[in-house]
Structures are given as structure tokens and as C-alpha cells.
Design a protein around this ligand. Structure first.
Ligand SMILES: Cc1cc2nc3c(=O)[nH]c(=O)nc-3n(C[C@H](O)[C@H](O)[C@H](O)COP(=O)(O)OP(=O)(O)OC[C@H]3O[C@@H](n4cnc5c(N)ncnc54)[C@H](O)[C@@H]3O)c2cc1C
Length: 501
């Protein structure tokens, strides 16, 4: 029996779990995937937005500005990479100007700090070579590791006593007098006084399981290209176009990542084909071509070999395809609708598209206030705010510190992933992660191995050998993501005498 169960281990579910772990209550998180951050939270632009994009008075505007301001302290405590590189929203032609002034006005009303309108010469002091008739500079825009933040929140929540139930898909929610019972695909039944539905693309379905049928989510895919680190440094800031009034996203932009790559994207296309899953993360040939063209227009020095991979992420939209645009976040306590007259709580978060990542710590505070209406929250004196022992990325530490670490732990001296300079010890820490997550992507998101130019060509055989020889894992059981096995069998006798299949 839990006090609170959170459904969905994206950045928002994990931020809520960590926030609630500051209090003396029992918390569980239920996630259908083999690890946290396997949904939208690892498939986005990873930008902390400044507040200029959202209508004043909306929940999104309020939580975006508030969440952005909370990130420095949070990321410092949890050792999550964050870079305040600012953003230029650029009007390329006269027709873009009304949209640009609208963003400025919204920023003023929403409390966006430090905004400045810039002519082309001034913009060029920030980004050499940029072309535009007017730009809006927002210095609090930033880049972050979105999966890094989600993992950090989850692992810190776990250190503070939160239980994570991975590979557990919620299939039903049963109502009792003073608890809700969450039934999952692995046959488990967990009960709680308060259930928080933070199930992203499936939040409407999960609310319907509890008896709330008024919600509807459409999935809107955004595709990206990832560019090689060769171009690291060529983009000094975030450069966005002025979005049109009914655009479902913020337009295709160039985004430097905290790791030194550049993203081109995202596109915006609703998933409307019958039978297509809301989590269909395909990359389509036509959009890839568009992105390539756009990339070459914006960065003419690009060559074909700079496009190293692609990915996509899907927005959980409350606006239907024929309407487009964006709806506000819906963060509601619907306990009375779900279980009238009973002593249970049901809170759902619908349509948590952008800026859900930026807003996540502020959303967690808002949800905590809602939970407090159902149960008493007494602060703990033993809350651990940091991640003791976690060193961050070894290759980014000062030389002296790296030398000291190699002296005490020789596996820091052995490079496993050449592209990203990731050491054997970092891979080991990722394999032995506190959540017990067992997927190739769990290692990738934690250690950054397999994310470089060769996309795992060099390090995967070493990692697999380590999993097999040092941990006794069968490589055929290892998968990239759910239902995506890494290996399907052996092609020849192994040198150790194993039979071929
Ligand atoms: C293309 C794109 C670009 C974006 N760019 C930005 C940006 O730059 N800045 C920004 O602030 N925001 C951005 N966002 C928005 C941001 O990524 C999301 O708001 C945020 O990640 C949502 O987090 P979440 O925890 O709600 O969802 P998710 O990360 O999707 O987590 C929901 C979890 O619920 C789980 N789940 C679903 N159903 C069940 C079930 N039945 N049982 C158990 N578990 C279940 C899923 O597996 C998933 O892990 C972007 C989004 C997209 C798509």
C-alpha cells in the first residue's frame, strides 16, 4: 500500500516522485518501459524555454518561467549538464515582425528576464554570419540533457526511498473506499491513496481506466537529424524562426546539444493513419530530405557525412489535427469525478507537450500542493538532495581530477567508447544503475557510449562482452528498447566453444 503512485516515468513523473520524496510518505512509480526516459522525455530539443512562446495567464506560461528559474540549482545538485547559451528568435522578413513583437509582449507579461530586440549587426556579435531583419534575444534560454535530467531525478528519488516498477504497463485502475488499485501487465496490483497519472502520450487512456472519459490526446511527431560533433562551436546560441499562429510546434530550428552535437528539427506531423501507434517514432524519407535541405541552408559548411543519425519524438496534443496550434497544460485533481464521495485522490496531467521539460520542477511543486489536499506531508530531515558518488562525465573533468580517479579506479583509464571518450568504469556504473534498468539504451543514456560518430560500431562488442563475461547476461536477452532485440542469434561458433544457433 502506497501513499502515492505515479504512473509514467518521464521527466514529469520523475520530478513529481522526487519532489514528494522530500516528505515522509511511501511513493511508487509505475512505468511500462524497461527504463525511465524512454518516452517523449528522451525525444525532444532539450531546450529550457524562457517564456516568450506562451499566452500570458496560461498554466504553461507560469510554469515555464518558474521551472526555468529553478533549473540552475536543481541541475547543480543532481550534476545534470545545463548551458545558458541564450536564444535568438529571428524575423527573416517583414511578415515575421508581428509574430516577433507578439513574442516580446508575451515575454514581458510572463516575466521573461533580460529580453532585448536586436538588429542584424547586434545579432552578429552573438552569432557571426546570422541573417535577419530583427531578432529577439532571450538570455535565459538554455540547453540541458533531457534524459540526463530524467535519470537524475529518478535515481535521486530512488535514493530517497521511492520504488520504481519498470516493465509494468498499467492496464486497469480499480476503486476502493480509501484507495485506488493499479493493475499492471506483469500481474501486480499496487494500491495507493493518491494516484497521479503522468502517462504522457497515453494519459487520456489511463484516465479512462479510472473512469474519466473526457480527455483525448493526439500524437504529433517531430523528426530530427543529429549532426556530427565536428561542427561543435559553430553555433553559439539557439536560433529559432518566428512561429506562425497555428504551427503545432516552434518551427524547425538548429539546436546545439550539451554534448556538442547539433540537432536540426523538429518537424510537426500528426499521426492520423489508422493503426499507427501514438509511439510510432519513425523517421520519414520526405521529412529527412526537408531537414537536410534546411540544414544546408542554415549551415552551408555541412557535408553529407555530418548527418550521423535521426530520431523522432511525439507531442501529446490536446488540439486535433484540423485545429493545430497548442492547448494549455491540463493539471487537474479529478478525484470527485473519478470516485465521488470516496477518500481517494486522482490527479492527471494531460497534454504535457512543450515546455514540459522546462516546467517539470514547477509542475512537481504544483502537483505536490494538490497531493497535500489528500494527505498530510511532513518534511523529512534525512532527504538527500544530491547524488553522492556520481562524477558526471569523466572526460569533462579537470585533468588533475581525472588522474586522481584513474589512480584509485584503474577502469577510468580504459576507453570503451572512442567517439565519446567513455571509460569502462562509466559503462560499469551505467550497467549497475540504481534502478536496475537493463537495456542497451539504459547504458547509452547514462554513459553516452554508442552516441558518437560510429554509433556503437567500436564499443558495442566490448560492452556486450562485458555484459556476458562479467555479469553473466545473455546478449540475446539484451535489447535496445522494448521489443527491439540487439541480437537474434549467433552466426558462428564462439571461440569459447558455444554452439551456434
Ligand atoms: C519534438 C519535441 C520537442 C520538444 N522540445 C522541448 C523543449 O525543447 N523544451 C521543453 O521544455 N519541452 C520540449 N518538449 C516537451 C517535453 O519533451 C515533454 O513535455 C516532456 O518530456 C513530457 O514528459 P512526460 O513525463 O509527461 O512524458 P513522457 O516522457 O512521455 O513520459 C510518460 C511515460 O508514461 C509511460 N506510460 C504511458 N502509458 C503507460 C501505462 N499504461 N503504464 C505505465 N506507463 C505508461 C510512458 O512509457 C512514458 O515513459 C518537446 C516535445 C517533443 C515531442
Amino acid at each position: 500500500m502506497y501513499d502515492v503512485l505515479v504512473i509514467g516515468a518521464g521527466v514529469i513523473g520523475c520530478a513529481i516522485a522526487r519532489e514528494l520524496s522530500k516528505y515522509s510518505i511511501k511513493i511508487g512509480v509505475i512505468e511500462k518501459e524497461p527504463d525511465v526516459a524512454f518516452g517523449t522525455s528522451s525525444r525532444n530539443s532539450a531546450v529550457l524555454h524562457s517564456g516568450i512562446n506562451y499566452l500570458p495567464g496560461t498554466v504553461r506560461a507560469e510554469l515555464d518561467v518558474k521551472g526555468n528559474a529553478m533549473m540552475d540549482e536543481l541541475c547543480a545538485s543532481l550534476k545534470v549538464p545545463l548551458k545558458r547559451i541564450g536564444k535568438l528568435t529571428v524575423a527573416l522578413k517583414e511578415e515575421d515582425l508581428p509574430g516577433l513583437y507578439k513574442q516580446q509582449k508575451q515575454g514581458e507579461a510572463n516575466g521573461t528576464p533580460g529580453m532585448e530586440l536586436m538588429d542584424n549587426d547586434k545579432m552578429r556579435t552573438i552569432q557571426p554570419g546570422i541573417e535577419g531583419i530583427l531578432g529577439l534575444w532571450t538570455p535565459t534560454s538554455a540547453i540541458i540533457s533531457s534524459f540526463g535530467l530524467t535519470i537524475a531525478l529518478a535515481e535521486n528519488a530512488k535514493a530517497n526511498g521511492v520504488d520504481f516498477h519498470l516493465n509494468s504497463e498499467v492496464t486497469a485502475i480499480e476503486k476502493g473506499e480509501d484507495s485506488l488499485t493499479v493493475v499492471t501487465s506483469d500481474g501486480k496490483r499496487n494500491s495507493a491513496r493518491v494516484v497521479i497519472n503522468s502517462a504522457g502520450l497515453h494519459c487520456d487512456e489511463v484516465s479512462a481506466m479510472a473512469g474519466f472519459t473526457g480527455a483525448k490526446i493526439w500524437s504529433c511527431r517531430g523528426e530530427y537529424y543529429v549532426l556530427d560533433k565536428r561542427l561543435n562551436g559553430s553555433l553559439k546560441t539557439l536560433i529559432y524562426p518566428v512561429p506562425g499562429p497555428n504551427d503545432p510546434g516552434l518551427g524547425i530550428h538548429l539546436t546545439p546539444t550539451v554534448d556538442g552535437n547539433i540537432l536540426i528539427g523538429p518537424s510537426a506531423a500528426y499521426i492520423t493513419e489508422p493503426g499507427e501507434s501514438r509511439e510510432d517514432y519513425r523517421a520519414t524519407a520526405a521529412i529527412m530530405e526537408d531537414l537536410k535541405r534546411e540544414g544546408l541552408r542554415l549551415l552551408p559548411e555541412l557535408s553529407a557525412s555530418d548527418f550521423i543519425r535521426n530520431f523522432s519524438g511525439n507531442r501529446p496534443k490536446q488540439t486535433p489535427p484540423e485545429k493545430g496550434g497548442n492547448a494549455d497544460f491540463t493539471i487537474e485533481d479529478v478525484s470527485e469525478k473519478v470516485a465521488p464521495g470516496k477518500k481517494v485522490g486522482f490527479i492527471h496531467l494531460l497534454g504535457m507537450e512543450s515546455p514540459g521539460l522546462t516546467s517539470s520542477p514547477a509542475i512537481a511543486l504544483k502537483v505536490k500542493d494538490m497531493v497535500e489536499k489528500h494527505i498530510t506531508l511532513s518534511p523529512r530531515t534525512d532527504f538527500i538532495a544530491e547524488r553522492p558518488g556520481f562524477i558526471g562525465t569523466f572526460s569533462e573533468l579537470p585533468l588533475e581530477q581525472r588522474m586522481d580517479l584513474i589512480r584509485t579506479e584503474p577502469e577510468y583509464g580504459e576507453i570503451f567508447c572512442r567517439c565519446e571518450q567513455i571509460t569502462k568504469k562509466e559503462i560499469r556504473d551505467a550497467i549497475e544503475n540504481p534502478l536496475g534498468a537493463r537495456a542497451m539504451s539504459s547504458i547509452k543514456y547514462r554513459a553516452r557510449a554508442m552516441m558518437g560518430r560510429c554509433q556503437g560500431g567500436f564499443c558495442v562488442p566490448r560492452i556486450v562482452r562485458m555484459l556476458r563475461d562479467e555479469y553473466g547476461f545473455n546478449p540475446e536477452d539484451y535489447f535496445v528498447r522494448k521489443d527491439a532485440p540487439m541480437f537474434v542469434g549467433r552466426v558462428r561458433e564462439s571461440a569459447r566453444g558455444g554452439a551456434s544457433k
